[in-house]
Each structure stands twice: as structure tokens, then as C-alpha cells.
Design a binder for this molecule. Sequence first.
Ligand code: C5P
Length: 293
Amino acid sequence: DLLSTLWLACQAKKAVAPAMNQAMWADAATLANMDVLRQRGVTVLGPAAGEQACGDVGLGRMLEPTELADLAEAQFQGRALDGKRVLITAGPTREAIDPVRYISNHSSGKMGYALARAACDAGASVVLVSGPVALPCPEGVERVDVSSAQEMYDAVMQRVARTDLFIGCAAVADYRPAQAVEQKIKKNAETMQIELVRNPDIISAVAGAEKRPFTVGFAAETQDVISYARGKLERKNLDAIIANDVSDAGIGFNSDQNEVVLLAAGLEQALPRMGKQQLATTLIDRLAHCMAS
Ligand code: C5P
């Protein structure tokens, strides 16, 4: 028919706006076909969820025409990170004590995952080096799973020369047990000591690499947030740092909201409390500007 022949002959960027019954949309055949379209570079707009013409409720409604018009318009505007390669670390690391125990922290990975999604939406190709978290990988992002700080370091350093923007969002354990014992440790003594040794500082290694990306760190502080973060920016030789006050339980570790200050040479920009995804979008936009200037 006219539409499919036009589609095949047309060399322009293409987008589809699917609209169908919720069971049709959920069917394996439809999902596989949508994957084929995405792999071929077609942008998929929607569908939305809600009441359907047949009376069913669910995913499959066409987006509203005005929404489609806005999204179609956006296809013609360059995005902030078009063509850029972004590498992000997220989540905690686990440092083995023996085969069943480890040292870790409460990082949920939410901020790093939100940044990965925002960078992808801004046109970048994104690799997310992730410690163990309970989050799905954002669509279009390549995830590399790691466990220890050393594994995270190796995964990052392998890719750093092919990176334009590095964001160190992971809560990397500063120390690891000097020896990971091969057999489970038995509780014989009343006390026990574990000797710890320093882990490599991943972000400092990235900032010191010969072919260095624009390097952005996080500084989670409980007091004198700005001055500690500025100190870290200089000491680790970063291009920018995102400071947050983790003494406030409503933001930071594990929460869905965050409130930060973006610091760079000659820049101190406070971003008010908002959802982590919205904050990630704002941060990616600001960082793209910092990179370009
Ligand atoms: O020194 P501190 O841990 O407070 O610095 C936080 C920043 O450094 C974060 O961006 C974190 O991802 C990064 N970091 C790192 N490797 C470490 C420790 C921290 O990349 N071993």
C-alpha cells in the first residue's frame, strides 16, 4: 500500500506512534516487531495507557495528537549529547570477606540509573557500569555488571579512552579485606579482626588518564557540603562535582528525591529538591553545556 511503499523508499529519520488493543500490544509478536524497528533506528512514540476504544484498559492508546506533534518537532532538534559516548558508574560495590560475606553500603543506584536514562534520551550512547542493585537497565543503555571496586575499576579503565563524558555516581567501597578467605569463616573466637586495604580511586584514575573524558564526580557530605565538595573537585582533578547533603534523610541514599549543588570552575548552581529522574535530566543538560563551553 501507499504507506508501506513510501516507508521503504524514504531515507529520512522515521518514527511510529503505535495504537492498538492492550492485549495486541502485549503480544510477543508485537514486542518482537517493535524491537526490530528500534534496532533499525526507528523512534517509537508511545503508546499511552488508559481506556481503549474496545472498552479494555491498558497500554496501547495512541498518544494525544498535540503530544505527538511536540515529539515529532523534537525529532528535528539536535539533542544535547548527540554523538557523545557516556560512561557512568552506579550502585554500591561488594568487597568479599569470605565466600558468603561482604562489606557494602546502602547505595540504591537510583541516581546513576536516572542519569544513564537521561544521557541516553539526550542522544548519547551510554555504558552503565553497575554494582549489584535491584533496578532494570534503562532501555537503550548498555549495562556492565560488576561486584567489587576492583572489577568496577577494570570495567571503567577498559572503556575510558572511548569516553567523552564520565560520571562517577557509584558508592565505591574505600577499603576491601586484605584477603578474601576461600572457605567460610567459623565463629570460634569471641572477637575477630579483618584487615582492610585501600581500593583504587576510580574517578581519580579516570581524571588522570592520558585520553581523559570530561570527568564528573559526586560528593555526598554531611557537613560543610560546598567546601568539602570543592576540595574533592580539586584533589581528584575533576571537571565538575555534584554535591549533596546526605544528613537529610529525604534526599540522597535510597530516596526518590534529591537536591544538589553543581560545582565547576567558576560555577556554583543549586538545583532544588525534585525527583531523581527530573534532576538527572536537568544535570545532563547542564553538564552538556559545561562540556561545550
Ligand atoms: O572520596 P569520595 O568517595 O567521597 O568521592 C566520591 C566520588 O569519587 C564519587 O564520584 C565516587 O563515585 C568516586 N569514587 C571512585 N572510586 C573510589 C571512591 C570514590 O570513583 N574508590
